[in-house]
Design a protein. Structure first.
Length: 164
């Protein structure tokens, strides 16, 4: 059985990512070309970091030269790939024992620096990093009068309670 705080955090990330992509896909035309490019770059950055740390957790090379794609994907491609990676994280967390969250993971950052983090620290990083940048993307839409998607743990828990 997964450890609840990690399980809640990673599911919150999955839920919030889905909400962000729904907002973006439904309102991208309200942004000018530069703003739309910035939003796409932000989404790509979130996703690239998620993929990099997914590979670190798997002990596999990620093949990325930096925390973004060399060729910027379109929103639909990013949305589909984000859904797949978010599902991987949920499944990964569900398969871990409590002790495995404390296991060290050695890896090399894209800048070449070596690092060691626990599995739990990586999961916290992925969740917090995504939250920060979802806010970056959301503010561009808020400036155009589009309310950003709900993104807080309390929002997630309320939505899950209502769905039950």
């Amino acid at each position: 059985m997964p450890v609840q705080p990690y399980s809640n955090l990673i599911r919150l990330k999955q839920w919030a990512d889905r909400g962000l992509y729904e907002m973006v896909e439904g309102n991208l035309d309200r942004l000018d070309a530069e703003e739309a490019h910035i939003v796409t770059r932000i989404l790509d950055h979130i996703h690239a970091v998620d993929r990099i740390f997914q590979h670190h957790l798997q002990g596999l090379p990620h093949g990325l030269k930096g925390p973004r794609s060399e060729v910027l994907p379109d929103i639909a491609t990013l949305a589909a790939s984000t859904r797949a990676v978010d599902t991987w994280y949920v499944d990964h967390v569900d398969g871990l024992s409590a002790a495995e969250f404390d296991q060290p993971v050695d890896f090399t950052y894209t800048n070449g620096n070596s690092m060691r983090m626990t599995c739990g620290e990586i999961l916290l990083h992925v969740c917090l990093h995504g939250t920060y940048h979802r806010g970056n993307a959301g503010i561009l839409f808020q400036r155009k009068g589009v309310a950003g998607p709900r993104d807080a743990m309390t929002d997630y828990l309320e939505a899950m309670a209502l769905a039950a």
